[in-house]
Design a protein around this ligand. Structure first.
Ligand SMILES: [Zn+2]
Length: 420
């Protein structure tokens, strides 16, 4: 137990294995969907467990779903960009890809006497991965304006120099104002601007959850960010629901910043930015990868349930669908009867446009109606970069698909938001 750091912060609990299955399986399934261009945006709010190491649990994280998801994306994508806006450093993901130039990790986090203690500005990667790890160490009190002033130029420069063909965004909500463990001062709107900005690049986009310890604000944040991903506006007035009383006294979606001091002066942020730009200038433009066969997918794609097709996003799942779920004996969440955050599937017909752009594959396409993901507005994208990224890689797909990561029911389960 000690060897794997299971105990204090990461205790064993009943249903732990299934929890890890759901969280990790969700991100892998999402990556498979993106690889097949069955979705343009996939969300796994139960994922984002960025502290877990290959052989070590850490910071409430047991299995690093993000690393597994990125590994899956790398089967089809030459370069994957990882961005982390959790208040804590994304150490597990950084460590996993510290020596490769195929994944760039960019973490914005509180630094200085703060968990996990890593993420110094000078930590930039090693070996082939030198300059492919980017760390933005921040002080207490980051507000919306400061955050945008550093997020936008850095991500713009990263996109320009690294030219990823897929992006993973860890949306840890502990960077919000009033978080029980965090020390930033972001509003839901400011946090959501990161999603909005990344989405604009129109790359295959995987959004995952992460930390968040003032639960009502985590719900607000990921609800809003789901709407941003979908490109649909939602009212500030919260609709009545079973958990309505948690959102008092105002019962609004959006939150206001506190009056805490922002210790990140414009000069400090400017200094960081200049230093990081210098590092990014050292990168060769968009490194390539050797042509190689594509390994088989990490998850099978025939888990569609007929009943799921009939689901209405506004109604609770029918009993037949709920029966298929695997629910642990002890419940993690009060909300097991709720549909998954992204169960709005009305736009499926639009996948067909993107499908026409898919490289020649032997296997039937994944039924887009399955899975943990929620899809964004799905206009056909003739110039989809996923096709570009995978286009010069030989397509050698096996017919057999015996690797079973999840069953149809498992990936539908909503997982709690109390992860780091
Ligand atoms: Zn965190």
């Amino acid at each position: 137990m000690q060897r794997f750091n299971v105990g204090e912060d990461c205790p064993v609990f009943d249903g732990l294995y299934e929890f890890c299955q759901l969280s990790a399986g969700g991100s892998v399934a999402a990556a498979v969907k993106l690889n097949k261009q069955a979705s343009e945006i996939c969300i796994n709010w139960g994922g984002g467990l960025h502290h877990a190491k290959k052989s070590e649990a850490s910071g409430f994280c047991y299995v690093n779903d993000i690393v597994l998801g990125i590994l899956e994306l790398l089967k089809y994508h030459q370069r994957v960009l990882y961005i982390d806006v959790d208040v804590h450093h994304g150490d597990g993901v950084e460590e996993a890809f510290y020596t490769t130039d195929r994944v760039m990790t960019v973490s914005f986090h509180k630094y200085g006497e703060y968990f996990p203690g890593t993420g110094d500005l000078r930590d930039i990667g090693a070996g082939k991965g030198k300059y492919y790890a980017v760390n933005i160490p921040l002080r207490d009190g980051m507000d919306d304006e400061s955050y945008e002033s550093i997020f936008v130029p850095i991500i713009s420069k990263v996109m320009e120099t690294f030219q990823p063909s897929a992006v993973v965004l860890q949306c840890g909500a502990d960077s919000l104002t009033g978080d029980r463990l965090g020390c930033f001062n972001l509003t839901v709107r400011g946090h959501g601007k990161c999603v909005e900005f990344v989405k604009r690049y129109n790359l295959p986009f995987l959004m995952v959850g992460g930390g968040g310890y003032t639960i009502r604000n985590v719900s607000r944040c990921w609800t809003y960010e789901t709407s941003v991903a979908l490109g649909s506006e939602i009212a500030n007035e919260l609709p009545y629901n079973d958990y309505f009383e948690y959102f008092g006294p105002d019962f609004k979606l959006h939150i206001s910043p506190s009056n805490m001091a922002n210790q990140n002066t414009p000069e400090y942020l400017e200094k960081i930015k200049t230093r990081l730009f210098e590092n990014l200038r050292m990168l060769p433009h968009a490194p390539g990868v050797q042509v190689q066969a594509i390994p088989e997918d990490g998850i099978r794609d025939d888990s569609a349930g007929e009943d799921e097709d009939k689901e209405s996003p506004d109604e609770r799942n029918p009993q037949s669908v709920r029966d298929k779920r695997i629910v642990p004996d002890n419940e993690f969440s009060d909300s097991e009867d709720e549909g998954p955050p992204g169960s709005n599937r009305k736009d499926h017909r639009n996948f067909k446009g993107a499908a026409g752009n898919t490289p020649n594959r032997k296997r039937p396409r994944l039924d887009p109606k399955t899975g943990v993901t929620s899809e964004g507005p799905l206009e056909a994208k003739p110039g989809n970069t996923a096709a570009g990224g995978g286009g010069d890689v030989e397509m050698k797909l096996e017919e057999k698909d015996e690797k079973v990561g999840l069953t149809g029911g498992v990936e539908k389960k909503e997982v709690p938001v109390t992860t780091i």
